[in-house]
Design a protein around this ligand. Sequence first.
Ligand SMILES: Nc1nc2c(c(=O)[nH]1)N[C@H]1C(S)=C(S)[C@@H](COP(=O)(O)OP(=O)(O)OC[C@H]3O[C@@H](n4cnc5c(=O)[nH]c(N)nc54)[C@H](O)[C@@H]3O)O[C@H]1N2
Ligand SMILES: Nc1nc2c(c(=O)[nH]1)N[C@H]1C(S)=C(S)[C@@H](COP(=O)(O)OP(=O)(O)OC[C@H]3O[C@@H](n4cnc5c(=O)[nH]c(N)nc54)[C@H](O)[C@@H]3O)O[C@H]1N2
Ligand SMILES: [Mo]
Length: 767
Amino acid sequence: MSKTTTIKRNISLTGDIKFTGLQLKEPMDVSAGFLGVKEALRHGAKEMGIVRSMRALLEMNQEDGFRCPSCAWPVPEHPSKIAEYCENGAKALADEATTDKIGADFFKEYSVEALSKLSDYELNKFGRLTEPLVLRSGKVHYEPISWEEAYQCIAEELHKLNHPDEAIFYTSGRSSNEAAFLYGMFARAFGTNNMPDCSNMCHESSGLALSKTLGIGKGSVKVDDLHGADVVLVVGQNPGTNHPRMLSALEKCKKNGGKVISINPLAETAMVRFKNPQKASGLIGSGTAIADIHLQIKINEDMALAKLMLKKLAALDTKNRGVFDHDFIQQYVEGYDELLADLKKYNESELLEQTGLLEEGVNAVVDLLASKTNIIICWAMGITQHKNAVETIQEYVNILLLKGAIGKPFAGTCPVRGHSNVQGDRSVGIMHYVNKTLNQKIKEHLGFEPPIKEGYDTVGAIKAMHEGKGKVFVCLGGNFVMAASDTAYTAKAIQNCKLTVQVSTKLNRSHLVTGDVALILPTFGRSEKDVKNGQLQFMTMESSTGKVRQSKGLLKPVSKHIKSEPEIIGMMANAYFKGDHAMSWAALAHDYKAIRELIDKTVKGFSDTSTRSKGHGYYLPNNVRERDFSKLPNGKARLTLNTLSGVLLEDDELLLMTIRSHDQFNTTIYGLHDRYRGIHNERRVIFLNEEDMQQRGIEKLQVLNLVSSYQGVARRAERFLAIPYNIPKGNCAAYFPETNLLVPIDEFADGSRTPISKSIKIRLEKV
Ligand SMILES: Nc1nc2c(c(=O)[nH]1)N[C@H]1C(S)=C(S)[C@@H](COP(=O)(O)OP(=O)(O)OC[C@H]3O[C@@H](n4cnc5c(=O)[nH]c(N)nc54)[C@H](O)[C@@H]3O)O[C@H]1N2
Ligand SMILES: Nc1nc2c(c(=O)[nH]1)N[C@H]1C(S)=C(S)[C@@H](COP(=O)(O)OP(=O)(O)OC[C@H]3O[C@@H](n4cnc5c(=O)[nH]c(N)nc54)[C@H](O)[C@@H]3O)O[C@H]1N2
Ligand SMILES: [Mo]
């Protein structure tokens, strides 16, 4: 490696800001039907060629195929033979399996500085990364590097550190269980628990709230439970775009007489009407309305709503003892009297006013909750990314516990996970905190002493790098600089590092905002064939409902020079330990069955995974499903007292939620449309309430800067077009990651430290 000189390179964090030609249409009232399938095929054919795309689509989510790389929604127990994918799954596949590629020649032509002037959409479009590359100290062009030299470079930098805690190992949720396990064990063997992961920005709030109240950080329902539920609340989630296959489950629920309630500041398309693309009738039929009731709540007022519903239910229960499940409460739950006493402190009309809802709507939901017992609550980022996220989730759990809607068929908790294997990564050991049971098993079966000091989560890692305490930053997938909060602060933190390493499939801004020296280690996508010792390999993943299944690629890898994630991690560890360690890293790098055997030995609930993950796969144990709360203090599930809190706005402030368009997967921008919301060919838009616009004298399509001010620091995201939209007064919405610049590093959920990406106070500045 060349000698270290620290230059910060002239990197743009936004790309050149330009409008791309907005066309406005009416928001759509149906989704997923014929248009969805057509869109899926169009994307596939364009990126992969028609034969490759049809073959891949047919294998996606089938028993012997590969798991969809998009969201973590499980495949039903009896998947349809023809199509177990959705439009956005097909887009994710097309994006990964694209035949466009870039290697050393490309980077010789384009410097990181020049590339940084492009948008995230343009960066992703270049195609797959095909060979290992290095950005040497002081240089602005990546150059080729051999795999051997790349591993040596990492090993040398790791050896140079004064303490293992100067290294940080980030994981995005697209890895397999095998890769994540090996990676987490390497971090520990190296000596640190610095394992931030995308969960920290995602469902960490759910994990915490659920562990505290029910004793497991995962949801309790299976897909079939949704089919038979009486009432399903879909809270702070946009399944039409982000979990489209979930709509089929909701549709079944309705067919069986269940009611679906949407609680969301936006009337999201699929919750209004949708067509089922897997059925012939779905291609031509008129579609089904999904949500029976939509509560258009104000941003971050779910706690007020949950309290209001609890109060109304408690009043009904006093009148007629059948509303709460007193036998269940008696046997399994603690904190009943305290909760009922605490609720008395709150005033119904004040709560109602806070939510911004009409009482009829709330009463209709309360009537359903009062008369039914098979209740499921689903939620996602609309709930987890607020300061009071953990307590809000606990308040929703209170409703389920009082109703006895826990640990029985057709009822329970359903935090809908994001990344396709984010839950599995956590299960097999990607976590910044210390798990004593796991550590004990590591000592017994892997033969080394794991560190016992808590590591950095995402926010902690950024701060450590900012302060110069984090020096080597390794990322297993993801796009850290764009996904994290406070983009400018995060970028500065990363640029403080000596070495940054990205194990990636495609180009993104995290390859441009780097440490002094940077490595790109290109890897397989899930759809690609991974052949080792002449044998087609498979990996395993865990769905949102806790089921472990195999995933086996079938497409020819995009390049001969890329390697699988387990191989990269194993060989990196091998270069570091040079044979001087209890684990056989080089052997594991090439033997996933051996990795699975170690997972089975060390991780609770995994057993005989190589066999049991075949076909339909197997469920990991879940104490809530068994109504076993013995691990909680007093052996009971816990009702919690949660403080009502909201965000106080100044007169000229609005509350901003940063959301996904229909054409993106997190920071990967597939296209510039959000056709469900009527937005075509533009991402720099801000959705505003019309009254708010009038009050501020803002015209439709006026150009605005968004400014957040926390602790006297103004953060600015520039040039957004004003779109009048059906959104509660005082609220507004824009897409992430363009707006991550506005989220202050120190503003996160209490307890889980998830950035407040859904409730940022902003002012609008006319340009
Ligand atoms: N196609 C596609 N699929 C994806 C992803 C993707 O980017 N693209 N991302 C994956 C990942 S990692 C994740 S975590 C999930 C994300 O899935 P979602 O959570 O559905 O994603 P968001 O777009 O963040 O949408 C949040 C929803 O919450 C609502 N909301 C915002 N604030 C509030 C609030 O205070 N209260 C209530 N009740 N609602 C609120 C918004 O209006 C929006 O409908 O999707 C996964 N699947
Ligand atoms: N403001 C705001 N910020 C947010 C959110 C929000 O709602 N609002 N949501 C948060 C959430 S929920 C999440 S989960 C995070 C997401 O954070 P990340 O998971 O870090 O980000 P992604 O955009 O999913 O990562 C995309 C990159 O992953 C790489 N990649 C794709 N597939 C593979 C693979 O199979 N292997 C490897 N090694 N690499 C691969 C590609 O290079 C691609 O460019 O963002 C968070 N940030
Ligand atoms: Mo996520």
